[in-house]
Structure formats: C-alpha cells, structure tokens
Design a binder for this molecule. Structure first.
Ligand code: ZN
Length: 287
C-alpha cells in the first residue's frame, strides 16, 4: 500500500539520512526502482512530473500500475507516489487519482498567492492523510521545458511556508535540475543554514540531485535535507546502456530484437544508479 512521506521524513530527520525521490517514466523505470528499494530495504519516493503523467496516459494509469507492482512484486518497504513540481490543478488531480503525496510548486507566484494556494492544498492533504511538498525560490535548470537560473530562497519566506504545516520544503540553494555546468559554484550552505535556522525541524528537499558531489550531499543532509530528488542520472544511465546494446549489434543476434531484451540493460543501469544514490543518501536498511 502506498504511504505518505510523513513518517519517512520524520525518521530521516532523526536518523540523519535522506530518502531518494526517483522519477519514473514507464513500467521498466518503476520496476527497477521498486526492486532496488526492496532489495536494499530502503524507503523510496516515486516522482511523477506532469509531463511524465501525460506520457504514461494519466495519473490513474500510474496509480494502477504502481499499486499492482506493490502487490505482485511483494514490496514491503514504504513507498510514496509523489507529484513532482505540480501546478495547483495537477495536485488536485493526483490527490483524486490516488497519489499519496504531492508537490505544489507555487514558487513562481507572488509569496501571498503561494501561501494561499499552499494552505488550501495542505487542508485537503491533511484530511486525506497525504503529504505535501512546497517550494520557495525557483530551482534552476530545466523543468519540463522551463529553464530557470538557480536563485536562492529567502529564509523568511521559507519560514512563512513551513509554518503553514507543509510536510517538507524545497528551497533553492543554488541547485539546478539536469546536468550541472562545469563552472557551477556549488551549493550555498550559508543559505541552507539560514533556512534551517528559521524553519527548525522542517524536512528540507534538495532538487537536482544528479550532479552534486558526494561531500556536498552529505553536508546538505547534516544541515537538514531529508529528501533528495534524482531524475537525470537515471535517464543518462538508461540511455547509455541502451545505446551500448544497439551499438554492439546485440539486437541483430537471435531474438535480440525482443523489446524485453532491448530494455533489460537499461533497467539494470537504473538499478545500479538507484543503489548508488541510496547508499550515498544513507537510506539503506532504514525501511
Ligand atoms: Zn525539482
């Protein structure tokens, strides 16, 4: 059964580790992530962007697929199904469809409007026992076609949103989505520390977990990050493995053209990536 992230976040905060959010794109992705989480006895959050939601034929299709896998793969670790960077309407649609967690990204609204809309969604989530992630300060890089610059969140605004009773808070601290440029200056730990000081025990979320060096990840966890989002790294790993299979001509040998064979190396590559991240985040054995 899907669970919210509330208990996962509380345990992560106490235990000084982070739970990975891994975005899904299809059945292979979902299976690879769930099997790895089960094998490593790690809690896990499956992220779904609005774009991926459309790609997978709508939120209820995803809920059906994930619930089916939890049962048929005999998954026992805590699993949350979470909308990533949702609009207000998408958040409502996911709640309706059976997601256990949503992110409302109101970072592009003026703070008053972000506060008002976040409050409405918190009320709905509380009523249904779901978790809600809010965002302050746009996170840079490309988000479903929208390219941002990587601004830093205002700690006072973070406190305003945290005090509404959100489950977890994403705050821009110089992190960006996608591949990091060679001249990236790194995470702003001074900003993270200021946010931690104003928001207290609020579990913080680090987006753009693909290219952040291990030592920065560890320091961010020490400063209150309890959830780290990974998307691009799995995409690159999957595509590299698939390219290798084709370039080596394996699809031309015997029944190598069978899609289940073509996609198998990519699935193994996603599993390896998820394993590496769970080990880095410290969530192994915490389920
Ligand atoms: Zn993000």
């Amino acid at each position: 059964m899907l669970v919210s992230t509330k208990e996962m976040m509380a345990k992560a905060r106490e235990g000084h580790y982070a739970v990975g959010q891994f975005n899904i794109n299809n059945l292979e992705w979902t299976k690879a992530i769930l099997l790895t989480a089960e094998e490593l006895k790690s809690p896990v959050i499956l992220g779904v962007s609005e774009g991926a939601g459309k790609y997978m034929c709508g939120y209820s299709t995803i809920v059906g697929m994930v619930n089916g896998m939890l049962e048929n793969l005999k998954i026992t670790v805590p699993v949350a199904l979470h909308l990533d960077h949702g609009s207000y309407d998408a958040a409502k649609a996911c709640i309706e469809a059976g997601f256990s967690s949503v992110m409302f990204d109101g970072s592009h609204y003026p703070i008053e409007e972000n506060l008002a809309k976040t409050t409405e969604l918190i009320n709905i989530c509380n009523e249904k026992g779901l978790s809600l992630e809010a965002e302050v300060g746009a996170i840079g890089g490309e988000e479903d076609g929208v390219v941002g610059g990587g601004e830093c969140a205002d700690p006072a605004e973070c406190k305003q949103i945290a005090d509404l009773g959100v489950t977890m808070l994403a705050a821009g601290i110089g992190n960006i989505h996608g591949k990091y440029p060679a001249n990236w200056p790194g995470l702003r730990f001074d900003v993270l520390e200021a946010i931690k000081n104003t928001t207290g025990d609020m579990p913080l979320v680090l987006h753009g977990g693909t290219g952040i060096p291990a030592d920065m990840i560890k320091r961010a966890i020490d400063l209150g990050v309890c959830k780290i989002n990974v998307n691009t790294k799995c995409q690159i790993a999957f595509t590299e493995a698939t390219r290798k299979y084709i370039e080596e001509g394996k699809d031309l040998v015997g029944k190598g053209f069978d899609p289940r064979k073509v996609l198998a190396p990519g699935v193994e590559a996603i599993k390896a990536t998820v394993r590496e991240k769970m080990e880095l985040f410290g969530s192994v054995g915490k389920a």
